[in-house]
Design a protein around this ligand. Sequence first.
Ligand code: NAP
Length: 352
Amino acid sequence: MKGPFGFFIHPLNYNDLYRVMPELVNKRPDFIEGILKWIDPFVAAEIELKTKTNDTVFGMFIVIPLLAKQFIEDEKLAVSKLIKASNLAIKLGTKILGLGAFTSIVGRAGLTLVNLFKERLYFTSGASYTVASSLEVVDYNLNQMNLNKKDLVVSVIGATGAIGKAISNLIYRDYKKIYLVARNKSRLNALKNEITINDPYFNKENILITNNISEATKVSDVVIVATSSPNELINVNDLKYNSIVCDISMPHNVSKEVIEKRKDVIVIEGGIIRLPSIPTFRKLFNNISFEDIIGYPKNNVLACMAETIILTAENIKENYSIGRNIDSNKIIKIKELADKHGFSVENVFLKK
Ligand SMILES: NC(=O)c1ccc[n+]([C@@H]2O[C@H](COP(=O)([O-])OP(=O)(O)OC[C@H]3O[C@@H](n4cnc5c(N)ncnc54)[C@H](OP(=O)(O)O)[C@@H]3O)[C@@H](O)[C@H]2O)c1
């Protein structure tokens, strides 16, 4: 048996919370948020599964009781909960900890925890496998439509973040033109400079930067979204006719109206992974199903969870995807290990 690993999860929004605690539906939001601040991290489920190589992996899901918006509004509180949760993970005997959703965004993208828990715990945000699997699912859809990337314009929204930067660096050469999009212009400039310094013969005019999302998305055939905003950022009139959008952000940034009204546009979820076997679960919080805790069918998990399981199966004791400069060799390696253990990418269309 390999493990146990720990994986941090949290409710992204009120819908997530109501799914696991329906008794909260009629309570006031300020009351709910106030209560969440006082609850300590706890284990919400245990998981066990076999990989293709016949390794049995065991892990625990540890809840950080805060909504995505609370991670952004009060980073100090969020980091203090992550420290408590890491200490709990040590008591439970875990060595490898995966940082799900906004737990990898606060605390300098995991670096604060890495420095505090040196040698006692190893962390990953799961960004390497998220990048590899999201690019795979985009390519799959482009191939299905017989489209050639060299004829297409791509936008990366959240281009200066851990995931966005790795993706931008991997794809800028493949497309006709790339828009790098985020709010902070100086970080966008720095990214453009980094690309052009590393690749001096590449035509700079094919890399455009903007902090106006719709300016980029309205002319893009492919839009890849990976921001740390908990809000809907891409609206119904922002997209080019027949475009493909891959929304990696959790919670998603593509608006519900896009899904309802833009039947010409394909919106896929990035980083959804099919497990190599159906897992067994124990100690489920409130006796609810794992599907309700995670929000996906039993055999599907997010790439960040899959990366944590794969690292555990391989007994890799190192901080893997941490910080905002993801190593491209690690992206290649995790994809190879995913194939070895029978993890595969799921093509999931975003629902309302
Ligand atoms: N599917 C999975 O398995 C998986 C795995 C890991 C992460 N994720 C999700 O992926 C997303 C990105 O994660 P990350 O680790 O790359 O985050 P990150 O390193 O914090 O980067 C966030 C990026 O978003 C930009 N941004 C934030 N607010 C924005 C706004 N309102 N408009 C435009 N750009 C904005 C930031 O730049 P500025 O601040 O300059 O705007 C930055 O470029 C998160 O939602 C995370 O939960 C999914």
